[in-house]
Design a protein around this ligand. Structure first.
Ligand code: M6R
Length: 590
């Protein structure tokens, strides 16, 4: 899981490439490197975040009009300078950056070592420049040598290669890892994702699996694996560069939370398209959601909605556990894959299996991502680029798509009416910032947090807890409120913060009673409830929402303030919420 960039310009390329690679830091941030071509290959690389490495070795101070760069999230080999990309051939004539995993690298490395190649890193990637070197020495040009190389690789890759013998081009290739091309009058670009090139161009070509690309300053040729040219559509991206920047906020996460009112409007505008997709579904009598992490929590809310509103048997499967449940799928099951990135390897793998027997729908944020190209139907969540590792606005947009899906499946307008008020409700939720900052200050030193909710708001408790542990490193658990007395209540002690999700609705009395049981054990209650709720007046820590927000609609609004609570707790603990340790935005390994 890494980010790659390649770029050819008629000026010094390093400043542009380093700006581009910074936009991909969400894909990994344990090391960074750049290679450019002059009369030799120039490489600068180091371990650490881009800024740290740049401060030490000045990544932009490197000559050349053509170059490649990489940010790494380690899979094979520790995050060291030696393992940082780019990796070169023995003769230092070829340099390569790669995102993905080469599964047969051990065998390939052994073969190459027997042939006399010397390796400098522990990475799977390093076999690629050595293989290209081998094939160029047999008389192939860079393009043909790369083609022969990828034919030897088992696994996934998005790669870019340069050679001093052909100093006017970059060769790229993709299989199961994302790669896009940016086209402009000043030069051409390769990148793992669109934000990397938005400062330079909005004209994009999405590459598909097994495609190879030759990038020259004034020319872009996309080919199939036999090197036959393919005509590709150039898409104009409507995200502007500012949308991919922090927009004046200290962190992407805070910016992205503040974008939620707009995301609500943008995603609701997909309603007609969702209606059309629903009309194309074949007959089904069962629904199965497949997802990971935050997208899994959105799926759980889908399960509650569908079971209660549509009475269709529904289950939710973690993508990484899918293989144990796949045998009961049939052609009367609709399988729904939820993923913001559209690249999550577990989810992609499950989709490839499910589509053999069932109709598939993907709910995805990233246009043109791998999962959108595999599913029978695609709904886009329209959250725009999300850079913070913690999913915030994409979660909300996934929920809106699920609610719209249910509304159109049931042909009911009452749910659509409820959704039409979301924008105003969300503006109100953002006004709680000062109150939330104070709560975060009070409980920043807690070692454990519990979140409880019932029904539609049990997944909200899970998501609130995930957000907290992810960016504050505080141990947090979400429970259905009725479940505590069956075990976890033993953990409740004097002073432990418990977040109670208590919107008005049929589940209110039971959840209220469960909260009393917890309070009696000395917990510090943080209650999310309605402004009209007189029973919670005496509670010190409360976050109050507009009265119209009942328990069905609460998951879409209460989560905004739970995201803010995690964000400000992270700030109090002096943690960078955009880059939590050990995590990456797009998890492209199984
Ligand atoms: O891109 P996806 O939605 O498929 O990602 C799934 C999870 O990795 C993701 O939701 C993760 O749990 C979030 N970063 C948590 O905030």
């Amino acid at each position: 899981m890494c980010g790659i960039v390649g770029c050819i310009l008629n000026k010094e390329v390093a400043p542009t490439i380093i700006e581009s690679i910074k936009k991909l830091e969400y894909r990994g941030y344990d090391s960074v490197g750049i290679a450019t071509l002059t009369d030799k290959i120039n490489v600068k690389k180091g371990s650490g975040k881009i800024k740290e490495v740049d401060d030490q070795i000045h990544l932009t101070e490197i000559d050349g009009n053509i170059g490649i760069a990489h940010v790494r999230w380690a899979t094979h080999g520790n995050p060291t300078k030696e393992n940082a990309h780019p990796h070169n051939s023995c003769d230092n004539k070829i340099s390569v950056v790669h995102n993905g995993i080469i599964e047969n690298y051990k065998e390939l490395r052994e073969e190459l070592e027997k042939e006399g190649h010397t390796f400098k890193s522990e990475t799977d990637t390093e076999v690629i420049p050595h293989l290209i070197e081998k094939y160029t020495k047999q008389g192939n040009d860079l393009l043909h040598a790369t083609q022969k190389t990828i034919n030897k690789l088992i696994g996934s890759y998005a790669l870019a290669a340069i050679s001093i013998d052909e100093p006017d081009k970059i060769i790229g290739a993709r299989k199961e890892s994302p790669l896009i091309v940016g086209v402009s009058e000043d030069g051409n670009f390769l990148a793992s994702d669109v934000p990397a090139i938005l400062n330079e161009t909005r004209q994009v070509i999405y590459l598909d699996d097994n495609e190879i690309i030759q990038l020259e300053k004034d020319n872009v040729t996309v080919m199939n694996n036999q090197l036959e040219p393919i005509k590709k559509e150039v898409v104009t991206i409507d995200w502007n560069p500012e949308m991919a920047e922090k927009g004046g906020y200290p962190h992407f996460m805070l910016k992205e939370i503040n974008e939620e009112p707009q995301v609500i409007k943008d995603t609701l505008s997909e309603s007609p398209k969702i209606k059309e997709i629903v009309s194309k579904f074949k007959n089904f009598n069962r629904i199965c959601f497949v997802a990971c992490g935050t997208s899994y929590h959105a799926s759980l809310i889908g399960e509650y909605l569908i079971e209660t509103q549509l009475h269709i048997p529904t289950e939710v499967i973690l993508a990484s556990e899918f293989e144990y449940f796949q045998n009961t799928l049939d052609d009367h099951t609709l399988v729904i894959f939820i993923t913001q990135s559209g690249e999550t390897a577990d989810t992609l793998k499950a989709l490839k299996t499910a589509k053999k027997v069932s109709e598939t729908l993907a709910i995805v944020n990233v246009v043109g991502s791998s999962i959108t190209r595999e599913a029978d139907h695609v709904i886009y969540t329209r959250a725009g680029p999300e850079i913070g590792v913690a999913a915030t606005k994409t979660y909300l947009s996934q929920l809106i798509c699920i609610y719209l899906l249910v509304a159109h499946l049931s042909d009911d307008t009452w749910l659509i009416d409820k959704l039409s008020k979301l924008h105003d409700y969300s503006l109100n939720s953002l006004k709680h910032e000062e109150n939330i900052k104070n709560i975060a200050k009070k409980y920043k030193s807690a070692s454990d947090f519990f979140y409880i909710g019932r029904g539609f708001n049990y997944p909200t408790a899970l998501e609130g807890a995930l957000k907290l542990k992810e960016i504050t490193y505080i141990h947090a658990e979400g429970y259905p409120s009725g479940e505590l007395k069956h075990g976890p209540l033993a953990l409740i002690d004097e002073g432990i913060p418990v977040v109670g999700i208590l919107p008005p609705g049929p589940s209110y009395p039971k959840t209220y009673n469960n909260l009393q049981e917890i309070k009696a054990r000395g917990a510090n209650m943080i209650i999310l409830g309605s402004e009209e709720d007189t029973q919670i007046n005496q509670i010190e820590n409360k976050i109050l929402f507009n009265p119209g927000i009942d328990e069905i609609i609460a998951p879409l609004i209460y989560i905004i303030d739970l995201q803010l609570l995690s964000y400000y707790t992270s700030i109090e603990k002096k943690i960078d919420p955009d880059k939590p340790k050990n995590l990456a935005k797009s998890v492209t390994v199984v």
